[in-house]
Structure formats: structure tokens, C-alpha cells
Write a protein that binds this ligand. Structure first.
Ligand code: AMP
Length: 114
């Protein structure tokens, strides 16, 4: 079993984490250092390093991750108030873990950042 990075360890349940949802394609779990009252990460189960590695063959994963994020927002009942979905890419984007991940943030009014 290949557990190269921290997110792979979470996916494979090699380390403790608060998994919210998991299917064959993606895993969603609580961020260890939440930046808002609700902060969930959605990651593909197979490693894709960043959005730069999205191609014709694997592009469906972005749709699956988004679909799961919305499904969670509905299940946890914060979808009406709203939320923010963020994907950071590489150094300038603020990506610290080289495993593609989507941040699902909510639970308060988030300031505009652009
Ligand atoms: P990014 O800066 O976009 O690469 O986001 C990485 C995120 O992973 C940060 O928000 C971290 O707080 C989060 N993180 C790092 N290690 C863990 C962990 N073991 N469990 C849950 N979240 C983590």
C-alpha cells in the first residue's frame, strides 16, 4: 500500500482524521487547522499533485469533488447560507500539500479576497 503523503495516509486510514464522506473516487475530511467554522477538504483517492496535472483523461475528478462538496453542504445544512470552494495550486497559490485538494469553507460570512 502506497502512503507517500499525509492525505494518502488519511484516505487509507493509516492516521486518525475526521472523515466526513468517502467513496471510490474521493475522500472528504475535516481540516486539522480550520480557517472557518466549517472547513472540509475533498481529495481524490488517487494522487494527482495539483490542478496542473488535470488532463483530458482525469478532468472528471474536479466535477466529482465539486459534486461531493455540494452534497456535504446540503447534508450539513449550510448550503443555503452559502460557502466557498477553493483550490490552491503550487507556491503562488499557497498549496502546501502536493495532493490535489478542494477546500470547502463555510459557517460564517467570509471576507472577499479578490
Ligand atoms: P493548502 O494550503 O491548500 O495546501 O491546504 C492544505 C491544508 O491541509 C491546510 O488547510 C492544512 O490545515 C490541512 N492539513 C494539513 N495536515 C492535515 C491533516 N493531517 N489533517 C487534516 N488537514 C490537514
Amino acid at each position: 500500500m502506497n502512503c507517500k503523503n499525509i492525505f494518502m495516509k488519511i484516505i487509507k486510514k493509516k492516521i486518525k482524521s475526521k472523515i466526513i464522506y468517502q467513496n471510490k473516487k474521493v475522500t472528504a475530511f475535516e481540516d486539522i487547522e480550520p480557517k472557518s467554522p466549517i472547513h472540509i477538504l475533498i481529495v481524490p483517492n488517487k494522487i494527482i499533485k495539483s490542478t496542473n496535472k488535470i488532463n483530458k483523461k482525469n478532468k472528471h475528478i474536479i466535477g466529482t469533488m465539486t459534486y461531493v462538496a455540494i452534497k456535504i453542504a446540503k447534508k450539513l445544512n449550510f448550503y443555503k447560507d452559502g460557502y466557498r470552494i477553493v483550490i490552491n495550486c503550487n507556491k503562488h497559490g499557497g498549496q502546501t500539500i502536493p495532493h490535489l485538494h478542494m477546500h470547502l469553507l463555510g459557517g460564517k460570512i467570509l471576507g472577499n479576497f479578490c
